[in-house]
Each structure stands twice: as structure tokens, then as C-alpha cells.
Design a protein around this ligand. Structure first.
Ligand SMILES: Cc1cc2nc3c(=O)[nH]c(=O)nc-3n(C[C@H](O)[C@H](O)[C@H](O)COP(=O)(O)O)c2cc1C
Length: 209
């Protein structure tokens, strides 16, 4: 397959200063709603990039579970690779790509653990089998075999309910310092609008594509 001959023109929409919200959170909400309407398969899937302990950037997909003035929340294992890298350096990048709308959003921010009440509330809202998976998976550690994992899962399943959230599992809330909204345009002259936080206010600028 000749990858270099693949060409797609982006012409679905425009992003301009006159119509965007002054508040990046509102702008995010508007685009997320549009991604649901456009039936983007997993609009809340986002990549979280962090600085790995070995100094290399590393990213992985997680699911956004909440966003509000406090930040953008996802849940994971605090002992995972991402947990360890965030503990050392809480600067992270979030990235959404919604091809059906020819859009991407990048957010830079600082990750903090969510308060226990928030992690507990979300943990108990999950299906029981997902709770068990969170308990038995020592995420990102090497395991001997799949069989060992399913054995742990079955053992946990037979224990007394309700299951309690383990202290190594919970949420992170990412507090944004910068947003970039990208809309694909014709002839690769894409629209890029950034919001940068300065003295508590959001400054808006346009970037060259
Ligand atoms: C669609 C999708 C959704 C995912 N959602 C989560 C999630 O919400 N939390 C999570 O810890 N891992 C999630 N994962 C798995 C992560 O991508 C990753 O494999 C895992 O968190 C371990 O990453 P780490 O070793 O870098 O810490 C998801 C993967 C995919 C493809």
C-alpha cells in the first residue's frame, strides 16, 4: 500500500474567533456534544501522555468520566506505569481525536488524585465484575499467565460483597493550563485556536497550521 498517495481533504467545518466560546470548558462541552451527535464511536476516549520514569514520553488511551471547573477526570490504578510517572511529574497532556468531525483537542494540565469520596462513588457505580478486575489487576506489572489472572478473578468473585475500592485504584483530575482546538480545513490550512491561562484569565490566540 502506498501510504504517501493517501490524501483526504478536510472541509466539514470551520473554527473562528467570532463564534468560539471565551471559556475553553464551554467550547470543549460544545464539541463533545457534537461528537456524540456525529456518532463518533468513543468520543470520551482520550490519550493521556505523561513523562515516563525513564524520561521517555508515554501515552495511553483512557476514558474521560467527568469534566467541570475542577478539571478532567479519569480512573485508573495508581501503581500502574501512568500512576508512577504522574507521581514523579504531574504534568500531562490529554488528546482527543474525533475523525468524523475532522477535529482534535489537546489539553495540557496538572494531574492530581481525586478525593477518596469521588473515587469511591465512581468505583461502586461500576459493574461488579469491573470492580473485581480493578481489584485483582496489578496494572502494568508483569504476570506469569492469563490463567493466573483469571484464577485471582474467580477467587475474588467468591468473596463477600460489596467489594471495597482498593486504595491503589482511583481517579485523577487534570487541571488545564492550556487548550488547543483543531479543525481540519481545505488545503491543509487548518484552524488552530489555543487558550492559555494567565493570571486566572484565558487568553485566546490563533496558531499557524
Ligand atoms: C478504549 C480504551 C479505554 C481505556 N480506558 C482505560 C481507563 O479508563 N483507565 C485505565 O486505567 N486504562 C484504560 N485503558 C487501558 C490503557 O490504555 C492502558 O493499557 C492501561 O491503563 C495501562 O497503561 P500504563 O501501563 O501506561 O499505566 C483503556 C484502553 C482503551 C483502548
Amino acid at each position: 500500500m502506498k501510504l504517501q498517495s493517501i490524501r483526504k481533504e478536510y472541509k466539514l467545518s470551520v473554527l473562528d474567533e467570532s463564534s468560539i466560546s471565551k471559556n475553553p470548558l464551554k467550547q470543549f462541552e460544545e464539541w463533545l456534544n457534537e461528537s456524540f451527535k456525529a456518532k463518533v464511536p468513543e468520543p470520551t476516549a482520550m490519550s493521556v501522555a505523561s513523562i515516563g520514569l525513564n524520561g521517555f514520553p508515554e501515552s495511553r488511551i483512557v476514558l474521560l468520566k467527568d469534566f467541570n471547573r475542577d478539571g478532567f477526570t479519569f480512573f485508573t490504578n495508581y501503581n500502574s506505569n501512568k500512576g508512577k510517572s504522574i507521581a514523579k511529574n504531574p504534568s500531562v497532556g490529554l488528546h482527543f481525536f474525533w475523525p468524523e468531525l475532522e477535529r482534535q483537542i489537546r489539553i495540557s494540565g496538572i494531574a492530581e488524585k481525586t478525593p477518596d469520596e469521588i473515587s469511591d462513588k465512581y468505583f461502586i457505580s461500576r459493574p461488579e465484575l469491573s470492580q473485581i478486575a480493578a481489584i485483582v489487576s496489578n496494572q502494568s506489572s508483569k504476570i506469569k499467565s492469563r490463567e493466573k489472572l483469571t484464577k485471582l478473578f474467580d477467587e475474588e468473585k467468591s468473596k463477600l460483597k460489596p467489594f471495597k475500592r482498593p486504595d491503589y485504584w482511583g481517579g485523577y483530575v487534570v487541571k488545564p493550563i492550556r487548550y488547543e482546538f483543531w479543525q481540519g480545513r481545505e488545503n491543509r490550512l487548518h484552524d488552530r485556536i489555543i487558550y492559555e491561562k494567565e493570571n486566572g484569565n484565558w487568553n485566546i490566540s490563533r496558531l499557524a497550521p
